[in-house]
Design a protein around this ligand. Sequence first.
Ligand SMILES: *Cc1c(COP(=O)(O)O)cnc(C)c1O
Length: 217
Amino acid sequence: MDVELRIASMRERIAEAARRCGRSDDIALVGVTKKHPRETVVLAIESGLHDVAENYVQEARAKYVDLPPARRHFIGHVQTNKAKAIVETFDVVQSIDRLDAGRAIAKAARTLGKPVRALLQINISPTERFGVDPADARALAERLRVDEGLPIDGVMAIGPQTEDRNEVARAFERAAETFAEVGGTTLSIGMSGDWEQAIRSGSTMLRIGTALFGARA
Ligand SMILES: *Cc1c(COP(=O)(O)O)cnc(C)c1O
């Protein structure tokens, strides 16, 4: 199946899943293109995808040259020494997981005069290394908003890598509760293996790689 068909079919499946749980609000579909070539990113955008995401800034910089218009999301770990490159390359930084990272991104945004949308990455899974403890998320968001002027627009989380659906559901509920505390418009949860569960938990943004672009090398 080609990328255009997969995107269309994924959109239908998302709409169906949303209907099944009585939702009629918009759910954004972000195409995660890490380890796929630039042609795939271009094709995805030309097929109507409005949002694309990458995990590594160097990889993205090379692939995003002369890219058709799309919202670019950074979903990898924020290294403070790469903050300027991240802000230059991306429109949304989904992975602010500590004060340092938020400060560096805010500073880079000021220096470059480029507004950046940011989400807090929260940790809801024992298998994940990064992310702020949900209990500390609200305080971190407030601090970054007030002290740094960084507009924190919600939360992002990676679900636990497990076959246990209940564990995934519990983790996503935690993310939804944290989103309610943090505020903003975006709850970015749901990947290729758990997006239906994420929709049931209120996800407003799915980050899908494998299900759209195939397995990564
Ligand atoms: C790789 C990645 C995704 C996409 O994962 P798939 O399982 O391929 O859909 C989503 N979010 C983050 C943060 C990722 O690193």
